[in-house]
Design a binder for this molecule. Sequence first.
Ligand SMILES: NC(=O)c1ccc[n+]([C@@H]2O[C@H](COP(=O)([O-])OP(=O)(O)OC[C@H]3O[C@@H](n4cnc5c(N)ncnc54)[C@H](O)[C@@H]3O)[C@@H](O)[C@H]2O)c1
Length: 329
Amino acid sequence: MSNAVYMVTGGSGFIGSHLVEKLLANGNEVYVFDTTTLDKAQNLATVKNHPGFHYCEGDIRDKASLKNFWRPEARAIFHLASVVGIKNYIADPLKLIDICVVGTKNLLEIAREHGTRILFSSTSEIFGKNPEVPWDEKCDRVLGPTSVDRWSYSTSKAVCEHMLYGIHRQCGLPFSIVRFFNVYGPRQNPYFVVSQSVYKVLRNEQPLLYDDGKMTRCFTYVEDIVEGVIEAGTNPKAVGEDFNLGNCVEVTMEEVVRTILKEANSGVGYKVFDTVKEYGERYEDIPRRVPKVEKADKLLGWKAKIQLAEGVRRSLEWARNNPWWLKDA
Ligand SMILES: NC(=O)c1ccc[n+]([C@@H]2O[C@H](COP(=O)([O-])OP(=O)(O)OC[C@H]3O[C@@H](n4cnc5c(N)ncnc54)[C@H](O)[C@@H]3O)[C@@H](O)[C@H]2O)c1
């Protein structure tokens, strides 16, 4: 795993930047491809001057620039580039579908030419609102109607997963799929429940609690996720396999917000966000989202280790030491 060349799409994003840091720390050479210009890629500030770090600004929908970027000698490509966040799918589902499906198809075609191993970052949203939690890797996908924009993300990622299985069967291209369950930690955009609450509480503002706060999630600290991603992207046992990567501890949204208020020693309380009023019919929430992770444990020896209170403490500490992140969004 060290002294190798790796490529990372979406490497200036939240998870991607942590992955890049870790790959470099392990002694590898890393080539990043992302639409963000390097001078704006604040998440990569800690690695910009590392001798093993290389950066290419580009869009995965542009096959020519992806081709120019490609390193045929790379041991694998970690494909993380995507539109992320419900607000963004609702604002522009076409852009999401275009980047996810067209971009990934471009990437797969180039990978096939060179026989490059691919790690595809998928999502727990794949399983939609299947009420039979916990979900293992092969459980059914239960989605709502196409008039509800939130399902465009699940559907786009599922199309990519189908392409990966198809191309693997056709020509043996080595791939692995990882499905993340609510990742959080330092540097995440402040639009998700943990990052938004950390951001607001440290600005002495009230975090938002969606509706009655009874929905549950399993929050997974980014350091755990990065370990799982590297293992799934490099371990020979992971080839042709899909993995749920998530923490198994289920908590309500209200508990999460309360944990953050407590760990920050803040008395600001929270504000209820009425999703029907704000998003209307184009939004639908998922009551429970819980992974089964035995497969990752058995094949890769991976398990989430960092629990919510500890992850929140680390996120708060990081945010306090990085005032740029706390500036007006
Ligand atoms: N954060 C989570 O909880 C979570 C959960 C499930 C799945 N995922 C998946 O993990 C991956 C990383 O997510 P993240 O949370 O780090 O998101 P992020 O938004 O922080 O990072 C995504 C990166 O992709 C880049 N990008 C977007 N469109 C691009 C394009 N057309 N070409 C090249 N680069 C492009 C963005 O500039 C950004 O740097 C995504 O594929 C996402 O779908 C994340």
